[in-house]
Design a protein around this ligand. Structure first.
Ligand code: ADP
Ligand code: ADP
Ligand code: ZN
Length: 213
């Protein structure tokens, strides 16, 4: 199974990706997590990506596409994967298609988690993440343990630097201009499934399973 997760920032892609990856035993690949890991290790890729991420802008296509291709060529991708945060532009989506096609592979489906803009700000500003395993929490909707630890691995959860009101607004803007066109892109290829992302986390997951089962 090869799946692309679509949806605005805060839709719940990361949250659902963890559950999907567990249930279907497929690899969860988050481009945001890969960039953040590179930033924390101060690699050249991290230094480059940080300039864009801190302002809510997209990392340039060429950098992102090459990074993802390298990742998808690795052995652990053989049994399928779930792409979370990629593609984010039509150019990236075309590059993914070409990559798959050149290997005689194809996407199973894209999965759009639909959430209207009014939900996003509260979700993003209340988000807390685990810097070790990438798990996503929310102060109100999905709190970590009482003393602020990740329920999966026990690390202290943090607030992301780009989850401020100003940056979230910028990211929403970027989403609407650059990423939203992917909905039509996948619809035209008959590769779009949609779930209502305003429901509770477990209900969204049940809806996703109905599609993937
Ligand atoms: P994305 O990866 O799409 O940016 P996340 O999975 O990190 O989104 O979720 C964004 C925030 O919203 C997190 O704080 C998460 O706990 C919370 N969240 C995710 N799904 C739901 C939901 N269905 N209802 C309420 N809050 C949610
Ligand atoms: P969210 O799910 O909250 O939108 P992500 O963790 O997916 O956040 O992405 C964080 C940031 O990483 C983005 O705002 C962008 O700067 C960068 N990024 C992640 N994926 C991509 C991508 N496919 N193309 C370009 N930039 C990306
Ligand atoms: Zn953790």
């Amino acid at each position: 199974m090869k799946i692309v997760l679509l949806g605005p920032p805060g839709a719940g892609k990361g949250t659902q990706a963890k559950s999907i990856s567990n249930r279907y035993s497929i690899l969860h690949i988050s481009t945001g997590d890969i960039f953040r890991k590179n930033i924390s290790e101060n690699t050249p890729l991290g230094v480059e990506a940080k300039r864009y991420m801190d302002n809510g802008q997209l990392v340039p296509d060429e950098v992102t596409i090459n990074m993802v291709k390298d990742r998808l060529k690795q052995d652990d991708c053989k049994n399928g994967y779930l792409l979370d945060g990629f593609p984010r532009t039509v150019h990236q989506a075309e590059a993914l298609d070409e990559f798959l096609c050149s290997r005689g592979e194809s996407l199973s489906t894209s999965l759009l988690i639909e959430v209207p803009t009014d939900f996003i700000l509260e979700r993003m500003t209340g988000r807390r993440v685990c810097p070790s395993c990438g798990a996503s929490y929310h102060v109100k909707f999905n709190p970590p343990t009482k003393d602020g630890k990740c329920s999966v691995c026990g690390s202290e959860v943090i607030q992301r630097k780009d989850d401020t009101v100003e940056t979230v607004q910028e990211r929403l803007d970027v989403y609407q201009k650059q990423t939203q066109p992917l909905i039509d892109f996948y619809k035209a290829k008959n590769k779009l499934s949609v779930v209502d992302g305003t429901k509770a986390i477990n209900e969204v997951f049940e809806d996703i399973c109905k599609i993937l089962d």
